[in-house]
Design a protein around this ligand. Structure first.
Ligand SMILES: C[S@@+](CC[C@H](N)C(=O)[O-])C[C@H]1O[C@@H](n2cnc3c(N)ncnc32)[C@H](O)[C@@H]1O
Length: 151
């Protein structure tokens, strides 16, 4: 994204994680900030937020809090577990799925959604996650999620 002329900001909560992030991104034009979730970017105009690599409760907490305080139009989210509960919770709150992608890496599946929190989608997406129907991993992913349902 930064090579396309966008400003990219990365945030990290822990001190060691922050140092590691600084080292890993030192060759990249990325503004690295320490803080909880999206707090380091509050009060700044943001086009898109990406939250990945955390459990679904942490991601929900981060994006819900931020969406109430900002007007960022798009969120890309990828929970490490609890994808079905995560999806249900956001759709129940009228977030709309703009795009979705299912990937497999080694023995894990990763569901990624691009979501719009402000424009209500009138179709009822609360049932099956049909946005992944075209994926070759759809059935396997459903079984994987049901087996690891965090309740
Ligand atoms: C699974 S690790 C991923 C680390 C790194 N991205 C990688 O791929 O090696 C998740 C990271 O998220 C950070 N983290 C957890 N909760 C956070 C929060 N609320 N705000 C910012 N960072 C957080 C943790 O400190 C940890 O470094």
């Amino acid at each position: 994204m930064s090579s396309d002329g966008h400003t990219v900001i990365a945030t990290e909560l822990s001190r060691p994680g922050f140092r590691q992030l600084q080292e890993r991104l030192s060759a990249w034009p990325v503004d690295v900030r320490r803080g909880n979730g999206l707090e380091p970017i509050l009060n700044e105009p943001i086009d898109i937020v990406v939250v990945a690599g955390l459990g679904f409760r942490s991601i929900l907490d981060v994006v819900m809090r931020y969406s109430e305080m900002s007007s960022c139009p798009f969120f890309v989210v990828q929970p490490m577990q609890g994808a079905l509960v995560f999806r249900h919770t956001l759709l129940e709150r009228n977030w709309t799925i703009v795009k979705a992608q299912l990937t497999r890496y080694r023995d894990r599946f990763y569901a990624t959604w691009m979501l719009d929190p402000y424009h209500l989608d009138k179709s009822d997406g609360l049932g099956m996650p049909n946005e992944f129907l075209d994926s070759p991993w759809y059935q396997q992913w459903l079984e994987y999620e049901r087996r690891s349902d965090p309740g």
